[in-house]
Design a protein around this ligand. Structure first.
Ligand code: AMP
Length: 472
């Protein structure tokens, strides 16, 4: 292929920036076909050193383009080496903490490997083991796996990792949170000693730095977003509401037609089920995804949400990790996460690919300290979009009442650039002034009792201004 052919995109005559990073041939064509012509920053940083054989330590979140960043160099090398595989082996292994993320990674690899002869396989818990054993029996080029089931296959002798020369650990911090650390270490030890290793993590707790030290050889460090800082295009806000008020607040919000595609986070599986049931009782169709659901149920929920047949997905933190559904307009935190860093991951489901996103957090006074931790991490005070705590609850212990609950919203919001005169404590749907409408909230849905649809766009609800979502 001439240089010109390598550099020229499909039929458009546009230059493809991946060529300059060292990506060639079928892979370059596939990037064009996928519409990837400008490498994302993480790709620009990580691809050239990986092609040179360097280990990579990447700090990047889902949505940054990290999958293609680690997949393209591995695909390049595997294509260059031809199809030499021994039975029951994998030439490259990508470890992911959740089944959903693993499925997404395989989809991306298949997209990028279009036109090249590269085999992939998935090894995941929760689905038939037999078909996975059969798939890896002749040997596979790229295996994408969750650590538990992979350990099982290796232990039973259905898979050997001695030929695995490329190892990727994706979402290392979540792998740690989910208790996979020892599995990961054992798996890494079973791979080829001269392997190339890539570790991606959205955050960098001390244990990740420790893991990197043990697994990576003289790595190049790449980083796209400052540590634990939310993406810039997400408008964020907090609604103060007591736990028992949250159901109604949520129903009022969802009656707004502007909430086209919404992911609602719940801290616990039980909570996610309860929120989903309440939504259904309130006339909203919602899918739910959490760790107690079967793989098929999770995949169906995700597909329904992705295809738009349901516009509301209720999820727990772990189940939602890695979900990349384009066009999520709103994230609602029904409660605050236990770990403040999860907040960054939650809201990162929206505001992707340059599109606007809105993230609203419902906060009971008992969650104030968690809210403060979140604000510390994102280095921003969340503007109050509504405060339903106006009348003190006489049954509450006064010591529980945090002064912030009664802090004038305007004072706080002024600091964030909003001066729209909204008062705390009023009857307010969580986005500002109440407006009335009589159309059903969403095609095919019954208007929930007490739900008042709103007209107008989201920005108006924030006084036409976007509070600073990122401090750094
Ligand atoms: P990831 O962080 O790997 O989950 O990727 C996030 C999203 O970015 C995916 O939906 C990809 O399809 C998309 N993407 C990755 N690389 C590029 C690129 N260079 N140009 C445009 N979109 C991309």
């Amino acid at each position: 292929m001439t240089n010109e052919n390598i550099l020229i995109g499909k039929d458009t005559g546009e230059l493809n920036g991946f060529a300059a990073l060292g990506i060639t041939g079928a892979l370059l064509k596939a990037t064009n076909a996928a519409g990837f012509t400008d490498p994302k920053p993480i790709q620009a940083q990580a691809i050239p050193p990986q092609l040179e054989g360097r280990d990579i330590f990447g700090i990047a979140q889902t949505g940054s383009g990290k999958t293609a960043a680690f997949a393209l160099p591995i695909l390049s090398k595997i294509i260059a080496l031809g199809t030499k595989r021994r039975p029951k082996t994998a030439r490259a292994l990508i470890l992911a903490p959740t089944r959903e993320l693993a499925v997404q990674i395989e989809e991306m690899i298949k997209l990028l490997a279009k036109g090249a002869h590269v085999s992939t396989a998935l090894v995941l818990g929760g689905v038939s083991r037999f078909s996975q054993v059969k798939k890896v029996a002749p040997g596979v080029d790229i295996l994408i796996a969750t650590p538990g089931r992979l350990t099982d296959l290796v232990r039973e002798g259905d898979l050997m990792l001695a030929d695995t020369k490329w190892l990727v650990l994706d979402e290392g911090d979540r792998m740690l949170d989910m208790g996979f650390i020892n599995d990961v270490k054992r798996i890494a030890k079973a791979t080829a000693p001269d392997r190339q290793t890539v570790l991606f993590s959205a955050t960098m707790p001390a244990e990740i730095a420790e893991l990197a030290k043990g697994l990576l050889k003289n790595p190049i460090r790449v980083e796209v977003a400052p540590h634990s800082t939310a993406a810039a295009e997400i408008v964020q806000g907090v609604v103060f509401a007591r736990t028992k008020q949250k159901r109604q607040v949520l129903a009022n919000m969802l009656a707004d037609e502007a909430m086209k595609s919404v992911i609602i986070f719940s801290r616990t599986k039980h909570g996610a089920d309860r929120v989903t049931k309440d939504l259904e009782r309130d006339g909203f169709k919602a899918a739910v995804i959490h760790g107690n659901k079967s793989q098929n149920a999770r995949q169906k929920a995700l597909n329904d949400f992705r295809e738009g047949s349901v516009r509301i997905l209720v999820a727990t933190d772990i189940a939602a990790r890695g979900i990349d559904v384009p066009g999520i307009s709103h994230v609602v935190n029904f409660d605050l996460p236990d770990e403040a860093e999860s907040y960054v991951h939650r809201i990162g489901r929206t505001g992707r690919n340059g599109m606007d996103g809105i993230a609203i957090t419902l906060c009971d006074p008992s969650e104030n300290s968690k809210l403060r931790q979140v604000e510390r991490i994102i280095r921003t005070k969340l503007p109050i979009v509504a405060d339903h705590l106006g009348s003190p609850d006489p049954q509450r212990n006064p010591a529980e009442k945090n002064e912030r609950s009664f802090e004038p919203a305007n004072d706080r919001n002024d600091r964030n650039g909003r001066r729209d005169g909204r008062r705390p404590g009023g009857a307010n749907n969580g986005f500002g002034k109440k407006r009335f409408g009589d159309k059903p909230a969403f095609a095919g849905e019954r208007k929930p009792e007490g739900a008042k649809p709103f007209k107008g766009n989201n920005k108006r609800r924030f006084g036409g201004k976007r509070p600073a979502a990122r401090a750094a």
